[in-house]
Design a protein around this ligand. Sequence first.
Ligand SMILES: Nc1nc2c(ncn2[C@@H]2O[C@H](COP(=O)(O)OP(=O)(O)OP(=O)(O)O)[C@@H](O)[C@H]2O)c(=O)[nH]1
Length: 529
Amino acid sequence: MPNPPAPPAQNPVDIAREAFRRLATRRIAPTPDAYRDIYDEIAGIPKPTLAPASAPVAPANGAAEVVLGDFATQLTDTPGELAEYGRRLNRAVKVRDWEAYARALSQLVEKHLRRGIPPGVTYGMESKDTVLLRELLSRTLAFALASLLPASPKLASEAESLGAAVKIAHGEAALQEIATRLKELCFQIELHNGDAGEQQELLLRLFKLLLENVSELLDDDSWMRGQIEAVQELISGPIDTRALEDVTRSLKDVIYKQGQLKHNLSDVRTTVKNMMMTFIDRLGSVAASTGDYHDKLGGFSERIRNAGDITELNEVLDQVLSETRQAQAEALASRDRMLAAHREVQEAESRIKELEAKLQHMSELVREDQLTGTLNRRGLDDVFERESARADRRNTPLCVALLDLDNFKKLNDTYGHLAGDNALRHLAKVVKATLRSIDVIARFGGEEFLIMLPETPVEAAVLTMTRLQRELTRHFFMHDNEKLLITFSAGVALRLPNEDQASLLARVDRAMYKAKQSGKNRVEVASDS
Ligand SMILES: Nc1nc2c(ncn2[C@@H]2O[C@H](COP(=O)(O)OP(=O)(O)OP(=O)(O)O)[C@@H](O)[C@H]2O)c(=O)[nH]1
C-alpha cells in the first residue's frame, strides 16, 4: 500500500528517516537518486521538469549528499552495531563512493529493519500460505470447535466469533489480541471439560450406589438381579456405544419376556385361589350334609323308639335307608370333587414353580447360549440386524465366518459327551480371547459357531480365521491331562450391500462345506452367489 505523503512541516532528519523507511519498504536500492526522489516526495518538493539537453546540469545532488552525510554522522552516534554502519557510510560519503554507501545501507536495512518479518511475507500483501492458514484456523474455530461445545453455548459462540475475527485480523496488535482470546478460550474449555468429567464421574458413582441398594432390597424378585448385574458390568468399564446398545437391547428383551411371564404367573395364582375356595366350599357342604344326616338319624331313632307297630317301623326304616343312601352318594361325590380339586391345585403349584424358575433364569437365557456363554440364535439375529444396518449406513464392509469343528463326533465317541461340551467351551474361549471386542461370536448349532466381523474386508476376515486356527494349535484343549488338538473348517463371506441374513448364511454355509470337502482345517471364501 503506498505511504501517505508526509506533511511538509517535518524537519530534514525526520524526512530522511522516513525516506529510508520507504526505501526499505518498497525494496528499492538506496542510491542517491532513489533517495532524493523519495525525499522530495515526502518533503512535498515537486519533481523538476526535464531540462533540454543543452541546459546546464544542476549542481550534482548537493542537498542529498549533505543529508546522506548527516544521516551517517547521526548513525555513528548511536550505540552498538549501528555506529559501525554510520562510520562505513561516512567513509563512503567522504570519497563519494555511492556504490559502497548503497551496499552498507542495504545491509543495514536487511539486518535491522526487516528483522522479525517472516520470509515470503511482503508488507500489505500476504503469502498464499498465510491466507490458507488463516482460513483453516478460522474454519476450525467457527465450525469444528464450536460444534464440539454444544453443552456450553457461551464458549461455542466465542469460538465462532474468534473464527470470524481471525479472518480479518491484520497487523501485530490485532493478531496479539486474537492470541490472547484464543488462550483464554482454551483455558475455559479445559476448565469446562474438567467439570463435565467430574460430573459424569459423580453421576456414575451415584448410579452405582443406587444399583447396589436396589440389589440388596431384592429378596423375592431375584429375577431382577440379572438385569442389574448387566448394568453394573456395563458401568464398571469404559462406556462405549456398542456396549450400551447391547445392554439396552438385552434389557428390553428381558423386560418384555418377564412381563409376559409375570402375566402368566398371576393368572395361575388366581386359578389356584379360586380352586382353594371351591375346595373349602365342598368341605363345608360335606360337613353340612353329614351334619343333616346325623340330625336326621337322631330324629329317626326317636321315631323308632316311639314306634307303635311294625308298619310304622318299616316306614321309618325305609326313610332311614333312603336318607343313608343319599348321604353316602353325596359323600362319595364330595370326595371325588375334593380329590379332583386337590390334583388341580397340585398341578397349578408345579406350574407356578416352573414359571418362577423360568423367570429367575430369564435374564441370562434370553440371548445367551448356556453351554458356551456365546450368543444364541436369538442374540445372533439381534446383532446381525444391528451390524448390517450399521454397515449399510456407514458403507463399511461386514464379514461373517461360519466355523464347524472337525471330527467332533469322534471326539464325543472317544472321550465322552462331557469332553465334547468342554471342547465347545474351550473353542468359544479362544475365539473371544483372539478376536477384537467389536467382533461377535454366536453358537449357531451343535458344533457350529458364527462370527461376525464388522468393519472388516474379506481378506482381513480370512487372515483372522487362519490366526484363530493358529491360536487353537497353540492353546491345546486339555482332557484328563491329555492334550487334544481341536481344528475347525470355516467359510468366510463378505455381506453384499443390503443382503439379508438368510442369503448371507446360505453362502457362508456353502463355503464352509467346501472347506470340509477339501480336507478340513481350512478356510474358504464364499462366492457372491
Ligand atoms: N458334546 C456335545 N456334542 C454335540 C453337541 N451338539 C452336537 N454334538 C455332536 O456333534 C457331532 C457332530 O457330528 P457330525 O455332524 O458328524 O460332524 P463331525 O463329526 O464333526 O464331522 P465333520 O464336521 O465332517 O468333521 C454329533 O455327534 C453331535 O451329537 C453338544 O452340545 N455337545
